[in-house]
Design a protein around this ligand. Structure first.
Ligand code: GLV
Ligand code: MN
Ligand code: MN
Length: 408
């Protein structure tokens, strides 16, 4: 493989990442908050369109708000590469943008080398990958593939009560046309997502890169604990029906249930008390559970046990609990032929499973799909501490360039 060109670098990082380093910084949480169709994410979309146009790529927004940048003519059997630009609240710099920047840089390098693709190729930016605004992760890819119905997506609401349908309409994506995109799916021959690694896998393997083998089964559930709102001073302890206490007992039970199982993961990263006053016993507390397991049946068993224990916790406080499944993603095993091809092309890099969800996981059941991971020396992600060194980022771009050269 000849590497004549090199990715552009500015201030010690890939120039593309440097371009967007100031967009969506979150002064309160640290890191970045870039949520779909809000200020920072809109700026990132504009940056992507400009950068893609600068490379002579033809940009379009699809019916679900995903961005496509075509290198050459659009067509069937395309090699599609990309990731996302949105973030979790207070997220890191690399989760998502590294894959988008690397895809554009790989194409830029091939262009400098005079490479002419003999197959359609596009860079894609998926909308609402993290689900940070509307609650369902990978919403753009789920809609495109039909993994979520348009009606369900339209009815999702953000923290301010704005529906996904309203947000789509306000951003030039007609909510009437949301939903499975058969034209787009017909065009994708295969999909490759480069992503910063989100755990310690590549630190332990002492390797800058890996190719993904699988993604844990995972899902999100909302537990709504209902009690009796009342006065913090005037209500005797024995007279209370406090859903905060029920929720607290349930959260401890969640931790215990997951820890007792071999490789299960359960997280409560978000809760909301209504009405939410210091001197008010809440009338309702919602707790969001993110649970992940090796197999679909493991996670069903885990969530079953958690539901029982949450019900016991509610009963102990004379409260009620209702449980709503907000999203579900079965275990993903990536296409082995494509995986092996990438591993061989990259000189035998390791193969690594991941516990993180990705749009690549959604696409994997529809088209051959692969992921390339770039080492994260902090071993931390969904946090400002997430990191990737410039050398490893460059290795990722070079890897993607070689992969594209081989596939196009
Ligand atoms: C996305 O990064 C997820 O794993 O939730
Ligand atoms: Mn993420
Ligand atoms: Mn991601």
């Amino acid at each position: 493989m000849t590497n004549l060109a090199a990715p552009a670098v500015a201030h010690g990082r890939l120039a593309g990442l440097d371009d967007i380093v100031g967009i969506g910084r979150d002064a309160r949480r640290g890191g970045y908050s870039r949520h779909v169709w809000q200020g920072a994410e809109l700026e990132l979309r504009a940056w992507f369109m400009e950068r893609a146009a600068g490379l002579g790529l033809d940009v379009e927004v699809d019916r679900n708000g995903n961005l496509w940048a075509w290198w050459g003519a659009r067509g069937a059997d395309a090699v599609v590469v990309g990731s996302h630009l949105d973030s979790v609240p207070g997220g890191g710099e690399f989760d998502g943008p590294l894959g988008v920047v690397s895809a554009l840089d790989a194409i830029a390098m091939l262009q400098v080398e005079g490479f002419v693709p003999s197959r359609p190729c596009a860079v894609i930016v998926f909308a609402e990958e993290e689900g940070s605004r509307f609650g369902v992760a990978c919403l753009g890819s789920r809609l495109m593939t039909g993994a979520i119905s348009a009606d369900r997506a339209r009815s999702l609401v953000d923290a301010d009560g704005v529906s996904f349908a309203e947000a789509a309409d306000a951003n030039g994506v007609s909510s009437r046309h949301l939903g499975v995109d058969r034209d787009a799916m017909r065009r994708i021959g295969l999909f490759i997502e480069l992503h910063v690694e989100q755990g310690r896998g590549l630190i332990d393997l002492d390797s800058p890169l890996a190719v993904a083998s699988s993604i844990l089964a995972h899902g999100r559930w909302r537990f709504d604990f209902a009690g009796e709102g009342n006065h913090a001073g005037a209500t005797r302890m024995r007279d209370r029906r406090d859903p905060m206490v029920a929720a607290a007992r349930a959260i401890v039970a969640i931790r215990e249930a997951a820890a007792a199982r071999a490789d299960d993961r359960a997280t409560v990263g978000r809760m909301e008390a209504v009405p939410g006053g210091t001197n008010v016993i809440p009338s309702r507390v919602s707790v969001w559970l993110d649970a992940r397991s090796q197999e679909d049946s493991d996670i069903r068993a885990l969530v079953g046990e958690i539901t029982e224990r949450a019900t016991e916790a509610a009963t102990a406080e004379d409260c009620f609990v209702t449980v709503t499944e907000e999203s579900w993603s079965g275990r993903v095993s990536f296409d082995t032929a494509l995986r092996d091809r990438l591993v061989a092309g990259l000189g035998g890099v390791p193969v690594l499973p991941t516990g993180a969800g990705h749009d690549a996981g959604v696409l994997a059941s529809r088209v051959p799909t692969a992921m390339v991971f770039v080492r994260n020396p902090s071993g931390v992600s969904h946090s400002p501490e997430e990191h990737a060194t410039l050398d490893d980022c460059i290795a990722g771009v070079r890897a993607l360039e070689g992969i594209l050269r081989g596939l196009l």
